[in-house]
Design a protein around this ligand. Structure first.
Ligand code: ADP
Length: 167
């Protein structure tokens, strides 16, 4: 009857966490398909390359046919239009996310009004999980296995060992 409704879920995903995966699973309850779009032009210094981040997500979503993992640079709204997406999906944690997300959604709406931004809330066990905290804890030798998929825990161990081990 109606055409497939696809959303773009953009982010740095450096690396993907169980918080991101929770948002992906919830997003699939709402949309027919998701394009997880790894931003390659982030100002933040990344621990993993864009290709590594894509691979880690692919491994974690386990070949679900409703999910495509890609990377993009440039304007998100142009990417969303090229992909034929009806929405941009973002996750909200605490109030601290709100201001930045609100600014970005407003800007994207002024650039491309027909694409909606949809916010979903992760389960409360993921409220305080962020890629940056996971990296910080792992670098200090802490166990992050409860917050990331197994492949990411392994990739973090390897990357940190390559860089001279946990401090
Ligand atoms: P960005 O650099 O674009 O914020 P992130 O990879 O940090 O990229 O996050 C991508 C999206 O996932 C953002 O909307 C962020 O708020 C959301 N997100 C990240 N971690 C969580 C979490 N634990 N719970 C809910 N949403 C999350």
């Amino acid at each position: 009857m109606s055409k497939e409704r696809i959303a773009i879920y953009p982010g740095s995903f450096d690396p993907v966490t169980l918080g991101h995966l929770d948002i992906i699973h919830r997003g699939l309850e709402v949309f027919d398909g998701l394009v997880i779009a790894v931003a390659t032009n982030v100002a933040k210094k990344a621990m993993f390359t864009a290709d590594e981040r894509v691979e880690l997500i692919q491994e974690a979503v386990g070949g679900d046919p409703r999910v495509v993992v890609d990377h993009f640079d440039g304007l998100l709204v142009e990417y969303a239009r090229d992909r034929g997406a009806v929405a941009v999906l973002r996750g909200l944690r605490a109030v601290s996310d709100f201001d930045f997300e609100f600014q970005m959604a407003s800007m994207n709406r002024s650039l491309l009004p027909e694409v909606q931004t949809v916010f979903l809330m992760a389960g409360e066990e993921h409220f305080y999980v962020s890629s940056s905290l996971v990296k910080e804890v792992a670098q200090l030798g802490g166990d992050v296995a409860h917050h990331v998929p197994p492949g990411v825990a392994e990739a973090l161990r390897i990357r940190i060992a390559e860089r001279g081990g946990a401090r």
